[in-house]
Write a protein that binds this ligand. Structure first.
Ligand code: NCD
Ligand code: ZN
Length: 335
């Protein structure tokens, strides 16, 4: 049987939530990933040192001993340098959300006044703290990411030494930015390597395929595939796995977010194999992220096998992408 081994897979954009949901989903990521950049959009968001330390402890308590490294982040605010110096050892990045653009982003940035942001961004640049950005405007839903490119330009050119990570990119416009600015990087989800808007709303509406940013056009999908499959050194896998309880997804007013953590590696094998690029998957799911973030995760070896795997209907009330469907790769062992 055909198998494929991945070393120290990393998920560079993960929502673990808190409380009962954290206890439910954290072990699923810890099983197959060595570590993850953990998103801070709790209610209230993670925005001080005590919050970061306490949240990290809750994550560690929710996963089997030493099996998983949570790389912590703060919710972006115009922090001063002294504060950043005091918290730098506890975090791997700061995550910027435009206000109101996605789940739990109400306290995000409402205007991109570079001069107001300069002290914080310059300090982050000097201290080597990456800025992760949810790059969407509040414009027409299909244009939100493309409209945000001018803000990326502004950020990248004003802070040329600041590592800026365009999170969960979904458009050709964002892919093109990678080669225009040395300091722009990107994460790509697994669902955005599969879906277009047609899959979400072209037939019956699929709430479990609904997320922000929404999946775009076929030409955007092609552009994302081209850099992911080539393991472009500036792109990393970040699932944006975003669990919501079933009743929040299957309701009028469906919450944005796709739950993929337990099926991500299986799906990635399927995609990379389909394009005969399995050899590039290691760089996409770990090596690029290690170089970009300068991290060195604990050893973990995940072996997948080419055999049918039926996705569970739910994980304690959280419905994953492709629930009940059969994938062509399964996790065989984790050492
Ligand atoms: C995320 C969530 O549910 O927290 N939702 C989503 O659709 N991706 C928030 C986010 O990352 O935008
Ligand atoms: Zn996210």
């Amino acid at each position: 049987m055909k198998s494929h081994t991945l070393l120290m897979p990393l998920d560079m954009h993960l929502h673990l939530r808190d409380g009962v949901m954290l206890e439910n989903v954290a072990p699923l990521s810890a099983y197959s990933f060595s570590g993850a950049i953990v998103m801070p959009n709790l209610v209230p968001p993670v925005e001080n040192k005590e919050d970061v330390i306490a949240y990290k402890e809750r994550i560690m308590a929710a996963v089997p001993n030493d099996s998983f490294e949570p790389y912590m982040t703060l919710f972006y605010k115009n922090y001063d340098k002294a504060f950043l110096e005091s918290v730098a050892d506890e975090i791997n990045a700061i995550k910027l959300y435009p206000a109101g653009i996605t789940t739990n982003s109400e306290g995000g940035v409402s205007s991109f006044d570079i001069e107001e942001m300069r002290p914080t961004l310059q300090a982050m640049s000097d201290m080597g703290i990456p800025l992760c950005v949810h790059g969407e405007t509040d414009g027409f839903v299909m244009d939100r990411e493309a409209e945000f490119m001018s803000i990326y330009e502004l950020l990248a050119s004003n802070f040329p030494k600041l590592k800026i990570i365009m999170e969960h990119i979904t458009t050709k416009e964002a892919v093109d930015m990678l080669d225009r600015f040395d300091n722009l990087y990107a994460t790509i989800t697994v669902h955005h390597l599969i879906l277009t808007l047609d899959d979400v709303v072209g037939g019956m509406m699929k709430p479990h395929l609904f997320c922000k940013p929404i999946a775009k056009r076929p030409e955007d999908l092609d552009a994302l595939l081209s850099v992911a499959l080539a393991a472009h050194p500036k792109v990393m896998f970040g699932s944006d796995s975003a669990p919501h309880p079933q009743h929040k997804k299957e309701s009028c007013g469906c919450a944005a977010g796709i739950f993929t953590a337990p099926i991500a590696l299986q799906l990635l094998c399927e995609i990379f194999e389909q394009f005969d690029k399995l050899d590039n998957l290691q760089a996409f799911v770990s090596d690029n992220a290690q170089s970009i973030y300068g991290i060195c995760p604990e050893f973990k070896e995940v072996t997948l096998e080419h055999r049918p795997f039926t996705v569970p209907s739910d994980y304690n009330g959280v419905v994953p992408m492709y629930a009940g469907e059969t994938l062509s790769w399964a996790i065989e062992s984790v050492d």
